[in-house]
Design a protein around this ligand. Structure first.
Ligand SMILES: [Zn+2]
Length: 552
């Protein structure tokens, strides 16, 4: 034993010397956290975290803001800021051009078949029906996460992802971890056969209590009195996705008993998030997370805010109140984490997969250039003009993950110059009222336009194997028309890229506000540093300037 200790001591000295020689501080003595609780709020712009600061509970988000570290100007460094791409970026430390999750779905460039980000027909949900485009595995994620590195470094470590959405659970956890997602048809949480044959007993016990049914006929009540919401858009805006939506809002108002429509509607309320955090508590207890010296990671992505913002916008009173509910849920969760894991034994992180654009109606009322661009009409206009120039035919096949895909077979058949078609298509796209910038496959693959407007961000959204021929970014305050959203996200503009990064954990986190611009790709290497493991292999982020001196 003694020689083993001496060997370790000598190795540590050598390693410290090597690090000091290349300019890093020597490794400190403090142990890694027993648990990393990594939370994401789906669709939370950073501005919402600070806009209601005076209305926060004493120990919810305020724990991060008053006693943790937070970033005023943290941004995603890529362009197509959608849920799957964001969740895949969070703990890989890179963007879609490397991790491959270019959108929530994309189309096979040859066949046009839709590939859902986490879709994998080889697997199905446990105890629940699985639709064709449901997410069951991380197969399409091309790179490793912090969780994958942790499990490889320490086989006793556990990494579990939980979310209202399958992509929110599967992608932050990683390739070799475990995921559980909310089933919007049954109100249960389930894993898939990719991860296990059957659920552990604690999952069955959680579902047997029918956790979603207890909200039936319950009301989403505002946290504060009406006057507190004066800065936000009143309820019942005529352009809301759900006409006449207002608080208080009764869950299952139109149903006789809980059914699929009711379980689905819970997603657009604070109740789905309360359930996800309840399931997280059950996971901590059931899997004994944070109880030994092998660090664990629990990722929890809370989906409700995104559904609320798509329907009513982040400027609405409904969204404002939804965040205040989340804040109170965080306070209760912190209290339980302190009791279950130990007050100073864990690091908590909170971020978001993207922000949100104000509704076009709000922007127009404020005098901004704003609007909705129809993708199908754009495609039709581009094809009509290409046919005039290059001959009859459908030269552009479809849009996929914000890129136009050309028909290469037709181009070959007609012996037309591919670059000429591509350039003409770009010129046509740029004539459209809502389109800001278009870069071609050749430019993106060759990185030939470095420094051009939005080019670097768009290049980091474009994957050579999966993306189309002409990557498109819309103008600020413009969106593609959608029947399921009154407003959306997915642009390279600050309202979509600027998200919260909040850290708490006294031994590991240096508290304070950081105003300098940082990228979200810094979160993964920062957590790896606190866990004393290597960053994910393809991580490109810089360690954020908040690691406590004795945790380095
Ligand atoms: Zn999202």
């Amino acid at each position: 034993m003694r020689s083993m200790h001496r060997f370790r001591f000598l190795s540590a000295l050598l390693l410290a010397g090597a690090l000091a020689a290349c300019g890093h501080a020597p490794i400190g003595q403090s142990a890694p956290p027993k648990l990393v609780v990594f939370m994401a709020v789906d669709g939370l712009p950073q501005r919402q975290v600070v806009d209601y600061r005076q209305q926060l509970a004493p120990d919810g988000l305020a724990r991060f803001l008053d006693r943790g570290a937070w970033f005023a100007n943290a941004n995603y460094g890529y362009a197509y800021t959608v849920t799957a791409a964001g969740h895949a970026s969070m703990l890989t430390g890179t963007y879609a051009y490397r991790h491959g999750i270019i959108g929530n779905d994309w189309r096979n460039l040859e066949t046009g078949e839709v590939q859902y980000c986490t879709g994998d027909a080889r697997y199905h949900y446990i105890g629940n029906p699985t639709g064709k485009l449901d997410g069951t595995s991380p197969n399409n994620l091309l790179v490793e996460t912090v969780g994958d590195v942790l499990k490889r470094s320490n086989p006793r470590s556990k990494v579990i992802g939980i979310s209202g959405k399958d992509r929110g659970a599967i992608l932050p956890a990683g390739k070799t971890c475990t995921a559980y997602m909310y089933m919007s048809k049954s109100g249960q949480f389930a894993s898939s056969t990719f991860y296990m044959k059957e659920h552990p007993a604690w999952v069955d016990a959680f579902n047997a209590a029918r956790p979603a049914d207890r909200y039936f006929k319950q009301s989403w009540q505002p946290v504060l009195a009406d006057a507190a919401y004066a800065q936000s858009l009143p309820d019942e805006q005529p352009w809301f996705l759900i006409k006449g939506a207002r608080l208080p809002m009764t869950m299952g108002a139109a149903q006789d008993k809980p059914d699929g429509a009711y379980y689905g509607a819970l997603l657009r309320s604070p109740f789905v998030d309360e359930m996800a955090l309840q399931f997280a508590r059950a996971a901590i207890k059931g899997e004994a997370l944070g109880q030994d010296d092998a660090p664990d990671i629990l990722t929890v992505s809370l989906s409700g805010h995104d559904y609320v913002n798509h329907a009513f916008s982040a400027e609405s009173r409904l969204s404002h109140d939804h965040l205040l509910h989340l804040d109170r849920l965080f306070q209760a969760f912190f209290e339980d984490l302190d009791a279950m894991v130990g007050k100073d034994n864990y690091v908590a992180v909170l971020t978001a997969d993207h922000g949100f654009m104000p509704a076009p109606e709000t922007s127009l009322a404020a005098g901004r250039n704003a609007g909705r661009q129809s993708a199908s009409q754009t495609l039709a206009r581009v094809n009509a003009a290409l046919a005039q120039k290059f001959g009859a035919g459908t030269w552009a096949k479809f849009f996929s993950a914000s890129a136009l895909v050309l028909d290469h077979r037709l181009i070959d058949e007609r012996k037309v110059d591919r670059l000429a078609v591509q350039e003409e298509a770009r010129a046509l796209l740029l004539k459209e009222e809502g389109i800001a910038m278009v870069y071609t496959r050749d430019e993106l693959a060759g990185n030939t336009r470095a420094g051009a407007p939005l080019f670097d961000q768009m290049r980091k959204s474009w994957n050579a194997q999966r993306s189309g021929d002409l990557q498109v970014a819309l103008k600020p305050y413009w969106m593609f028309t959608s029947s399921s959203s009154t407003t959306t996200h997915g642009s390279p503009h600050p309202y979509d890229t600027n998200v919260p990064i909040l850290f708490y954990g006294p031994h590991w986190v240096k508290p304070g506000m950081v105003s300098e611009r940082v990228e979200t790709s810094g979160v993964a290497p920062t957590l790896a540093s606190m866990l004393k493991i290597a960053p994910p292999a393809t991580s490109e982020g810089k360690v954020l300037p908040i690691v406590a001196a004795d945790a380095r």
